[in-house]
Design a protein around this ligand. Structure first.
Ligand SMILES: NC(=O)c1ccc[n+]([C@@H]2O[C@H](COP(=O)([O-])OP(=O)(O)OC[C@H]3O[C@@H](n4cnc5c(N)ncnc54)[C@H](OP(=O)(O)O)[C@@H]3O)[C@@H](O)[C@H]2O)c1
Length: 287
């Protein structure tokens, strides 16, 4: 199948590479062209704008940074929505808030385009191995049509429900990741201030019932001090921010989420936005 792919960052570049390895013909666009080089060298076709991608493909996947950028790339100047043929499918894998996904589904529907929100759980390494968890919202027949693509980027697909539901589930995942990492970082700062060694705290806490299991996978990053981004902290801030937007929309009070998003924002202001989100540990525990 000929697939359009827009957004070749940490996740998109790896997801696109897996689709390409599976034999799909790709038409790609990224703001920064150099990130497309490996795909182009392996036979992908470059398009000079989002609209140019859309004019050539029945299925278009986006993996961009934020809702604002998705809107701009879809419906701004040279956006792809006007160029996609009626009946074609737009799959947005970007992590966005559910109400935004529903809005995009509405925009697509006005043009006769089918829309799926399909954010993914899993970070850089699972993306590379094609082992993501794909969380999908949208029409069941459209999901079934896209299943071969999801199978190339993920180990499992969960069809959560109608448009917006994939984004809803993804939001809950990341809210828990953000809050767990934050609580751990704060507890470790307190533990060390009380006179306990970091190593002893790690040895005792990791693997114990009180700690989210994923935190064990961050130990090597924390101990090396090299917070090279698997999942950039700035996008984790965005996700907690968007969760609180959903809280507002649904009349759910999220006092700790509202504090958490500001702490992550302070970490961005301190220069940690492009580092891995586990750098929130460094924010609390400077060397
Ligand atoms: N990394 C993870 O572990 C992970 C896991 C699951 C979900 N996610 C979500 O997946 C999405 C992508 O994450 P990522 O880690 O791949 O981020 P990333 O490496 O920062 O990639 C972001 C993408 O958005 C594009 N972009 C940003 N600003 C733009 C603009 N003004 N105009 C056009 N394009 C723009 C970037 O283009 P350039 O290359 O030109 O900058 C790049 O293609 C985010 O929503 C994130 O929350 C990430």
């Amino acid at each position: 199948m000929k697939i359009g792919f827009i957004g070749l960052g940490i996740m998109g570049s790896r997801m696109a590479a897996n689709l390409q390895k599976a034999g799909h013909e790709l038409v790609v666009y990224n703001r920064t062209k150099v990130k497309a080089e490996a795909l182009l060298a392996a036979g992908a076709q470059w398009a000079s704008s989002p609209a140019e991608v859309a004019g050539q493909v029945p299925v278009l996947i986006t993996m961009l940074s934020t809702p604002e950028i998705v809107r701009e790339v879809a419906a701004g100047a040279d956006g792809f929505l006007d160029a996609l043929a009626p009946g074609s499918i737009w799959v947005d894998c970007t992590t966005v808030n559910p109400s935004f996904s529903k809005e995009m589904a509405g925009l697509a529907e006005e043009k006769g385009i089918r829309f799926l929100d399909a954010p993914v759980a899993g970070t850089r390494t699972p993306a590379e191995k094609g082992e993501l968890l794909v969380l999908v919202g949208g029409d069941a027949d459209t999901v079934a049509e896209c299943q071969p693509c999801f199978d190339m980027v993920g180990r499992k697909t969960i069809h959560v429900g109608a448009n917006g539901m994939g984004s809803s589930l993804k939001m809950i995942f990341n809210y828990l990741l953000a809050q767990s990492m934050l609580a751990f970082s704060e507890a470790m700062a307190l533990g060390q201030a009380l006179g306990m060694e970091r190593e002893m705290l790690f040895d005792t806490m990791l693997g114990s019932a009180v700690l989210a299991p994923f935190i064990a996978s961050k130990r090597a990053i924390i101990e090396s001090g090299d917070y090279d981004a698997h999942f950039p902290l700035q996008w984790m801030q965005k996700d907690v921010q968007l969760a609180t937007v959903s809280g507002y929309e649904q009349h759910v009070a999220m006092p700790s989420g509202n504090v958490a998003k500001e702490i992550y924002m302070q970490a961005i202001q301190a220069g940690l936005g492009e580092e891995d989100f586990s750098a929130i540990f460094k924010f609390y525990n400077p060397e």
